[in-house]
Design a protein. Sequence first.
Length: 380
Amino acid sequence: MGENIIPLADLRYAATPPQVPERAGPPRGLLLDSLGRPLRDLRISVTDRCNFRCSYCMPKEVFDKDYRFLPHASLLSFEEITRVARVFVAQGVRKLRLTGGEPLLRKDLEQLVAQLAALRTAEGAAPELTLTTNGSLLARKARALRGAGLRRVTVSLDALDDAVFRRMNDVDFPVADVLAGIDAALAAGFAPVKVNMVVKRGTNDHEIVPLARHLRERYGARAVLRCIEFMDVGATNGWRMDEVLPSREVLARIAAAFPIEPIEAGVPGETAQRWRYRDGGGEVGVISSVTQAFCHECNRARLSTEGKLFLCLFASRGHDLRALLRGRRDDGRPWSDDEIAAALELIWSARDDRYSALRAAQAGAPSRGERRVEMHYIGG
Ligand code: SF4
């Protein structure tokens, strides 16, 4: 397919062409949105593809063999991703998270990790470089990612029981391979490894305590379980409130098996509420986007695989940064980093997203009438 033909996938989510101010000064180093929330965390989706078909994210019925994923030509190159990340770091971002789809499916990902690991803030510090994976390829890749400069890994694991896990990933993938990935990540020096479990009432909630027990006994404080409430992301996962197990119930089940106590919140904008096991066996966390929204501290932006910037996980519309990366000004000159930084400032300062808070207030999904973006497209 020729470069100038815009593949169908690109039109899937509307994107606003970014405005660039006439005069673009140097980056400010700190951007606040319309609710006073700083931009601190950039999640970068490096592929919209995944080798799993988890029903709460990429149900097989929708993402079947005929589904048209983004053509390679429309994906941002590693150099383009690094350039965008450099601009965001200059505007105050301190944490970069690589996501997908499944990021380890992107070929030679270590090269991108090495480029991002070389970035520095104005103060000379390295931004925190992390990655979220389904763990299926981690056993093979952990050492190379660590060597390239990756600092932390989060592994998605929705059950310990092999049959339940295979049903949830819906591609019959064995749990043993993901557990081997966690072992490999720890052996490569990624401790602690966070283990994210999306809890769906009636599907895998009976796996919470067995998984907590397994991680405690095998890894202690080197692996941290985080239970995530099932969310109404996108428009394809058939979300229902009665399939949400509120975090307070999750904690009650864990506490009944292993006494816990709360840990003071760490950095502002942290999504997880953290609890430690009283017996020193490590910690556990919950992420409660449905029952305890945390939009008031949300400092995250998400970059889709082909360069659209989304300001909320539940957004319907993005901002087309790729147009600035690949486009030219009226005078034919390419856009400079300072100009892209200035465009980002305009975008972020107008941000007022707080979907989960509105959902809670309205006791139902606030709708703007537009289709919400799919999680596999912008990363969780
Ligand atoms: S719903 Fe949107 S604004 Fe609220 S915490 Fe999630 S991503 Fe942030």
